[in-house]
Design a binder for this molecule. Structure first.
Ligand SMILES: Nc1ncnc2c1ncn2[C@@H]1O[C@H](COP(=O)(O)OP(=O)(O)OP(=O)(O)O)[C@@H](O)[C@H]1O
Length: 321
């Protein structure tokens, strides 16, 4: 992986020359149709070392978004549990915004590898815990491994990551309910300030009081999360399942199921194989509402009032529970 500086370029040609230099490739030729998702556009290119995918966004804060995606892809890849495109470069774009260069994968919709993705996601969620167990064993041993991966004992991430294009406050926190309440609070404050919303803040002030009760009797260990695991961010390629476009942080493993169950795309086999490795804990269904609430609020902040009804009704339900 090659990380860039924050230099800017005079033209697209210069930008392409910079990418070629950083990738050590003489060629950089577009292929196929350009594409992209709701937030950014993208294009595949051939290089001397294989195919790469350039994800481009012209927003002023695109650099922060792509730095977060780069760090997330890297963290997931380092668990060796589930395939993600290898991130290569983040560069400022001369015409505004930024771009992310990553490995190109020929992806198709998730179908025959759905159960395998369930297993692999569970292994990714368990990875930090297993690092913790190995660390304890190593502490008791006389042979020290200087290169051993370190256990993460808090909730958060070293880099700001964006769910959509809005930044998530990943400042490290010792306690999951506090971290999760802060995530919700940030969304509510934005609605209050930017959309003059009144009812959601009132409901949140009531919900906050009972918030810790939703997490009683659950042993929550920090797990590396994808952070935006909707059906549009999972796929399969020739060798198995793929997850992409993450906005990672260390949090409660159940969090990744929140958005996964909002828009479909995940089968019974996916959840069955996941729960064979991480069984459901008491209170799972209620906590799913909390994790979905974050995503409804985040969609409301991104895309407008179409998500207001779902957000407010979940809050009312949780307040009354
Ligand atoms: N590494 C890659 N290789 C090949 N195609 C890719 C790659 N990354 C993304 N794509 C294609 O681009 C599409 C959109 O990608 P992505 O989800 O990263 O965009 P986005 O605008 O950030 O997302 P979203 O729609 O989730 O908000 C994917 O569905 C896929 O078809």
């Amino acid at each position: 992986m090659v990380r860039s500086s924050t230099s800017t370029f005079q033209s697209m040609e210069e930008l392409h020359d910079e990418i070629k230099l950083k990738l050590g490739s003489k060629t950089l030729e577009p292929f196929g149709h350009g594409g992209g998702g709701c937030i950014s556009s993208g294009q595949g290119y051939t290089t001397d070392h294989g195919k790469v995918y350039l994800k481009v966004n012209s927003k002023a804060k695109a650099r922060r978004m792509f730095d977060g995606e780069y760090a997330s892809l890297k963290a997931i890849a380092e668990t060796h549990t589930v395939k993600t495109p290898t991130p290569m470069l983040v560069l400022d774009n001369p015409s505004g915004g930024a771009l992310l260069v990553m490995e190109h994968l020929d992806m198709t919709g998730l179908s025959k590898h759905d159960a395998e993705l369930g297993r692999q996601l569970a292994r990714m969620h368990l990875h930090n815990e297993s690092v913790g167990k190995q660390t304890k064993k190593a502490e008791a041993s006389v042979h020290k491994d200087e290169d051993a991966v370190e256990y993460v004992s808090k909730y958060g991430f070293d880099t700001t990551t964006c769910c959509g294009f809005l930044p998530q406050d990943n400042t490290w926190c010792d306690d999951w309910p506090t971290f999760m309440a802060r995530k919700l609070s940030t969304q509510i404050t934005r609605l209050q300030e930017e959309k003059n919303e009144k009812e959601a803040p009132e409901l949140w002030s009531k919900l906050q009081l009972k918030f810790p009760s939703f997490f009683e009797n659950v042993d929550i260990k920090p797990a590396l999360l994808h952070g935006d695991l909707w059906g549009g961010n999972v796929a399969e390629y020739a060798d198995g399942p793929v997850i992409f476009d993450p906005s990672s942080f260390y949090g409660h493993a159940e969090y990744d199921h929140g958005i996964a169950t909002m828009f479909g795309g995940f089968s019974h086999s996916f959840f069955k194989s996941y729960h064979e490795l991480i069984p459901k804990c008491e209170g799972y269904a209620t906590r799913q509402k909390i994790y979905q609430l974050f995503n409804y609020l985040n969609h409301w902040n991104h895309f407008g009032g179409g998500y207001r009804g779902s957000s407010v009704s979940i809050m009312r339900e949780l307040v009354a529970s």
